[in-house]
Design a protein around this ligand. Structure first.
Ligand code: HEM
Length: 405
């Protein structure tokens, strides 16, 4: 189909003025990709798809949503009511809202798989350090966008989640309280907070779109890693992106859409994991919910925060747990990339994946003495994984790498 479009007179006219044909050929149709990429390499294109879906559904939601915490005659607030109106009165409003709310969680599912793939196959290592660093920036912006978005329905969890997190700034010495007040727009979460968060929630995905452009550009300069983690030297080790990976990505998209549609149509709450039940209760600043927890994709970091008695230490550890991702490419000194050829790293990285799930579980659950200790051990391993990386090459005996693929 693309071939047919590229043969039209209109395309020839555009090409003469933009060089579009050369760009499409070098960046898409004839872009060389390793011939052995497995399905773990589908998550990049899926992340792109979900980003587009989030922006599109978000644009429609904004047409009806009202960012105001003022009370209505019914005793609720304008924001809460506008979300209920979207669900009940707007044509297909329920669909657009569920696509967006489920899409937020699916975005993190896909991006966490994408990051996990990068960790397992050593895609963060030279020459892809900058590509990885841009990825970490993307992750932080995604987390910010999700956090800001969660306040918008102005439910109990929206309100108290934002209160807990914005209060954390107070722990930062000197400037902390000032930053907190600037973000909240006062001394407590209220109408100005909702307006600020709404504005940032709109801005962040657009920022994401621009940064993802940079991410893909950086990828196309250094090219994809592959499951063997080796550099490719022979032309026969590569295949053109189109039709081989366009069709493989399309298969991944179809598979993903099956899951996504199932959840959107049949189970949008996902047992309270994707949309918390407490958030169907309107925000009440006089009634603290029994258990406040962020949505599942933020709970690993919430556990790290809660693992320390001192608020300042907790905030510092949570910041460090994200910041350490930036320096990962420089911590890992082994010459071998893929975990397939690194027996010790393979065990460590699989344990790391389990560890993050444990951290997530602890953060989601109501705190108990046992879970607190489990969370503290999991937090310790989270950091140990990164701290141990520079020393690993000293005692890890890597397996011999293949000559080619
Ligand atoms: C909106 C979110 C993101 C989008 C749309 C996106 C998109 C992509 C795409 C299309 C690719 C090429 C296909 C593939 O390798 O899967 C890619 C590769 C890559 N991405 Fe992302 N990405 C996102 C987030 C991230 C994050 C959060 C990280 C890391 C923290 C990251 C790190 C990487 C790395 C290291 C590669 C190269 C993988 C390899 O060649 O093995 N990306 N990304």
């Amino acid at each position: 189909m693309l071939d047919k479009i590229m043969k039209t007179q209109l395309f020839a006219w555009i090409d003469k003025r933009t060089g579009a044909e050369a760009i499409i050929k070098s960046q898409l149709t004839e872009y060389p990709a390793p011939k052995n990429l497995n399905y773990m390499w589908n998550f990049g294109s899926l992340a792109l798809l979900v980003l587009v879906l989030q922006i599109l559904t978000g644009i429609f939601l904004v047409m009806y949503y009202k960012p105001s915490a003022e009370a209505t005659f019914g005793g609720f607030t304008v924001a809460f009511d506008s979300v209920e109106r979207i669900m009940r009165d707007v044509n297909f409003g329920w669909l657009i809202r569920y696509m967006h709310a489920v899409g937020a969680s699916m975005f993190f599912v896909v991006v966490y798989m994408h990051i996990g793939r990068g960790l397992y196959y050593g895609s963060f290592k030279s020459p892809r350090e900058l590509l990885w660093i841009i990825g970490v920036v993307i992750l932080l912006i995604m987390q910010g966008a999700a956090f800001f978005g969660y306040l918008l329905p102005w439910g109990q969890m929206s309100f108290w989640g934002a209160t807990v997190i914005t209060n954390l700034f107070g722990a930062i010495p000197v400037l902390g309280e000032y930053i907190g007040q600037l973000l909240v727009g006062g001394f407590a979460v209220g109408d100005p907070t909702l307006n600020r968060f709404f504005s940032l929630h709109y801005l962040f995905p657009l920022l994401l779109a621009a940064i993802v452009g940079g991410h893909i550009h950086a990828l196309h300069v250094v090219h994809s890693n592959n499951p063997e983690g080796i550099d490719l030297h022979k032309p026969e080790e590569q295949i053109p992106f189109h039709p081989y990976y366009t069709i493989k990505d399309a298969f991944g998209v179809a598979f993903f859409l099956l899951f996504y549609c199932y959840i959107v149509f049949f189970n949008p709450q996902m047992g309270g994991y994707f949309i918390e039940v407490d958030n169907y209760v309107p925000a009440n600043n006089l009634q603290t919910p029994a258990h406040i927890a962020p949505v599942w994709y933020l709970t690993p970091w919430y556990t790290i925060l809660r693992s320390f008695e001192s608020k300042l230490l907790g905030v510092a550890a949570m910041g460090a747990s994200l910041a350490i991702l930036f320096v990962l490419p420089f911590l890992c000194r082994s010459a071998v990339r893929s975990a397939r050829y690194r027996p010790v790293y393979k065990i460590m990285v699989i344990m790391f994946f389990v560890d993050v799930i444990v951290l997530g579980y602890c953060g989601h659950s109501a705190p108990t003495a046992t879970l607190k200790v489990v969370g503290q051990i999991a937090t310790a391993y989270y950091f140990l994984f990164f701290v141990a990386l520079p020393f690993l090459p000293k005692f890890e005996k890597t397996k011999p790498l293949p000559e080619g693929i």
